[in-house]
Design a protein around this ligand. Sequence first.
Ligand SMILES: [Zn+2]
Length: 705
Amino acid sequence: MRQVFFMSYFYCMKKIFIFILYTVCFSSLSQQTDKVDFLEINGNVEIDTLHFSIKGQVQVKFKTLKSIDSVYLDGVNMSIKPSENSPYKIVEENNKIWITSNFKKGNEYTAEFTYECQPQQAVYFVGFNSELKAYPSQVWTQGQGKYTSHWLPSLDDMNDKLIFNITYLAPKNYEVFANGKLTRTRSRLNHKSWTYEMKRPMSSYLVAFAMGDFFSSRFKSEKGTPLILTTSTRDKDKINSTYQHHKLIFDYLENKINVDYPWQNYKQVPVRDFLYAGMENTTLNIFSDDFVVDTVGLNDKSFVNVQAHELAHQWFGNLVTETSSKHHWLHEGFATFYALEVEREIFGDEYYFYKIYKTAEELKSLSDKGKGQVLVNTGGSSLTYYEKGAWALIILREIVGGEVFDTAVQNYLTTYAFQNVTTDDFINEVEAVHGQSLDAYKERWLYQKAFQSREALEFLKKNEFIQDYMKLAAFRETRLVLKEELLSTSLDFPVNDYLGQEAVYQLDGEDIELTLPLYKKAFETNNLLVRQAIANSLTEIPVKLKKDYESLLKDESYLTIEKALFHLWVSFPEDRHKYLDSTKNIEGFKDKNVKLLWLTLSLATPDYETVNKSKTFQELSQHTKSGYPYQVRQHAFGYLYQLDTFEVSNYKDLMQGVFHPVWQFQKFCRELLDTLMTSEKHREALLDLVNDFTVREKTFFNNRY
Ligand SMILES: [Zn+2]
């Protein structure tokens, strides 16, 4: 998976860690992989959007490796009914579905039962109970870290891989995407069924579906794999900009890894309010619709990295799977490493080296504080599993050489295909091709807390651009007069994205009169990123740069426009009308970053569109509603707080947000509520509303305040 924020991973890993402790304590209960091999789950899953529940029927096939009297599947809060004439006793107990009989060693058995559940996690019903037509409802799943067993009887243990064939029954008008190949659809009255079949086994955490109103576009990879791209129907005009380079990414990666893509097809589906950036469910990348962008948004939010990362997992994680989270870098380190390879192919060497330079800096700084983590270990941060993992592979390739590395990876994938692996399994493959021990490497890169920054630096220094960048960065603390010439050279045509940005950031805080010629030069580079650096850092605009700064409002970047509009509005009150007029119809990203700022500034400009003031306020205020994506709601709450104006509906929306499944937004709402409760005005308003809260909200509120 790819995380939006580092913290979210800690959260996830913590849950996994707790689970591990649990399984250790009850090992006799949980370790059944040596007694039984589950082969197949064939199921019917009905998605009930009225009751937010799942009803289903499951047929499970398994082979016994020992004579035993019971086997179990994981199934959280499910009510179970065995099929008529079931030869086995099937009961639910403590979130496990026990199938009991006199099972003889070496036989294959099939058990069938129906189940019902109302999942509290792992499947999410989004946008129901909302009248907002712009945001049609969706249902989607997240297995990793949340456990598929909340909606489908399956195995929390990723060491048993099964073939899943599932028919989803959804209200008609919705489309369902799921793992494997769509082999049949059938319409019945108000519903439609979608049958998806797989050929190869996988771990249960990779089972997924996404139901919604989608538009799709179909392609074939160089080797003939069907590639299906989707957006919500409303965003269909953004499909080309969103999936820029998608075919190149697929073909390049498949050739680079040099092992055929292991599954029947590859589908990518953006969903609302997703918990992470993307999730690599087998054959189905479900990702945050934050990455659905138009041609302007594309300049700020490229989907290339997340696309490549999730695709790489189809081999690293899905084809070969860690035996436990101790070896999690075998998923995330590899996905990060190969995504970087793809980005290097598309964006070039400088992009690649700049990116790994930045992660090396982060890893070094943490390591210098004594907070470095061992890579092969449980409970690591995402920085460790993803970035330190990628660095471990970069250095390994440097040591053994590209050819040995590629062959070893190929051997590793083919030897352990559809199986589970440990770090040693991988290293042994490399040693076999390399012909030498890698003990010293293992010690430094896999089993030491400290990040090997000197070794990383030696590697980075082989790139000339990084040498230039480091020379320039070394001047950060130097007085302007001593580095004026160097900064000016860094802005010479044709400017380098990173050197140019660095030069601009070094002007921040200097005597503005002295920096004027350099800022002028930076504006004239016409480089989007260099100009964005000005919008980010130059917050009080000198009159002499006014004209240049105003030109930022026309840049093809919603980030630049948002910053520039705000800083111009603050710096030149006499021209506020002009700035508001020129940006009036810009929406921005899917989170409406420009639109919501515009509404706020318009309200904060007393003599602007005076007759429309209450309409403008209503427009801003309504964006806190639960039907909006959480990113939009968060912006709206933030701006209302700055305007210090909350209506009854906003308070209620905020209370509803404290239970939002996206933890970052949940945290935001709770903190905002805490802040409001310190103000007499808001506190009184909230206390007046307590009786209107739901039972759950009331309990939360009364316990907290
Ligand atoms: Zn990942």
